[in-house]
Design a protein around this ligand. Sequence first.
Ligand code: NDP
Length: 336
Amino acid sequence: KIYYDSDADLSLLKDKTIVFLGFGNQGAAQAQNLRDSGIPNEKIIVANRDDHYAADAKSKGFNVEHDYSKAAEVADVVFLLIPDQVQPRVFNEHFSSRLKDSATIVVASGYNVFYELLQFKPSQDVVMVAPRMIGSSVRSLYVKGKGFPCFVSVEQNGTGNGMPITLALSRAIGATKTGAIASSVREETAMDLFAEQALWPNIIMLFREAYSVLKEAGCSDEALVYEMWMSKEPAEIFEAAAEEGFIQQLKHHSSVSQFGQLSGALKLDGSNIRAHFKEILYNQVLNGKFQKEFSKIEEDLEKEGDANPLNQLYTKSEESELGQGEKRVRARLGLS
Ligand code: NDP
């Protein structure tokens, strides 16, 4: 089901105090959109520590509350727009016990609700309004009078009024202009984490191995880097896929290319990769195995140098022929 502006009643937000926890990518965009949709500034509070995000919110005219507890006590609606790995710590400590029994809690990603990491009262509404766009696009499309793709769902309908409120909030941030798609935290989490842990790792692996095989056959780093991604050809292909269709965009390519791509893909046996994909989806994502492993390292992501597991993964990935080759080419071109 797809919901449009005509399905949403903004007057349901009248008199509600709306708290944005976080003023980063999504927080800054959604708070500004909501205010520009006619929600009075005095009914909007940005809850943020006293630093540059808070200063940004103040410079844009928002009321900023540094004390999370005070913001929690007055909130009728709270948008959780701080990084996913931080949300349980901040929400459970400062918001859970203080929020009103009838509060609406809005997440922009399914992760913490699907893995049951946040503590809610049964009387509260827990809803998802998850833009499929980075924050700057959420804002710029709204300013241009356009919508953006967004997933919506009601995960806990404590007040019995969860969906009308979700649609009103979605409309206020500009998400029902081109249609908000009914989804669930399970679907959003499954698709997001599957793409991150199955689809894209395989794409990275394919590029890495392709680079190595072609290098071995005598192709230069310069030619390979440009041919494979720096020319932006892959970006243009995906752009055309979004505009004209995943298969139909192939018609822009030469006959040699079309024949090679279509017949080559049909000849490949997908059964091995299918088994691998299912393993990741069911035994890593949906069963919570990844979430448990990630929770053990998430605090280390704030550390510097090798103590940060992400830095170690970057170092290891850059040791590949692709990583080394690209470094040489970028250095020669004076690019960082
Ligand atoms: P950001 O990384 O931009 O969040 C920054 C905000 O979080 C700032 O207000 C920052 O304030 C606050 N913050 C960061 N660390 C902490 C901390 N330890 N304690 C308290 N506050 C903290 O987040 P995003 O906007 O990227 O993501 C927010 C939500 O939106 C997530 O659920 C994400 O999955 C979802 N989402 C994000 C998209 C994107 O484009 N990035 C797309 C769609 C959904 P300060 O550090 O000053 O306290």
